[in-house]
Ligand binder design. Sequence first.
Ligand code: GLN
Length: 257
Amino acid sequence: MSFSLSGALKSLTCAAALSCCAISFAQADTLRVGTEATFAPFEFAAEDGSLTGFDVEIMQAIGKEIGYDVEIVNMPFDGLIPAIMTAQLDAIIAAMSITPERAKRVAFSDPYYTSGLSVLIREETAAKYPKVDSLKGQPLCVQIGTTGAMTAEKLSPGKVKAFNTEPEAFMELKARGCEGVVNDRPINLYFLAQSNASEGITELPEILTAEQYGIATHLHNKELQAKINEGLAKIRANGTYDKIYQKWFKLAPTDKE
Ligand code: GLN
């Protein structure tokens, strides 16, 4: 085997370049966007199995404005941020709340939806739990890795059952495996209004937090973060955001920052 000094030097330079300079981001035409598709009406599987919802349509509309195709990739919620950090995904749209802890690991777009947490209980326990505080110390169900999980842990330390998906948490509440589900309010309301499985379930009349959803990208991919913000601003200005909002929430778009 012949040895080429210049070749060896080149590989060394390449290796040095790779180790010194963070991940380089592919300039593909398709954005790989991660979500966790059991979170209706933001992301869920339609009857034909295709992924749909407010987030899916917002991301596709943004992609169109900034010249990218969008491929939605379904994965567990707690796998989304690690997948951005290792550049397996370009972005996340998953009703993901912007939090200071997450903002250390990923970059967020401008907020695109204002949300908050509420608590579901079984109607049969309504007299026992008139408000959220009365649930303190009771077993609570949540989706793993969510702001709902963090809030539930404060209410009932060590007594929180975390599930991979929100529907599993709802089912456990129905099956009397816990006394409340702490979750994003728009998803709770959609479940109460749209699902037969919500019979016997009711919402406590308190909103626990003010949260804003953002689209996450790699901390160092400033270019993509800026493009997504540009696309978001455009769909807000040209009425596309409002159309999508009306379709999924059938309300005037008042809480859409
Ligand atoms: N908004 C919540 C969070 O960011 C829940 C998101 C979700 O379950 N998709 O933690």
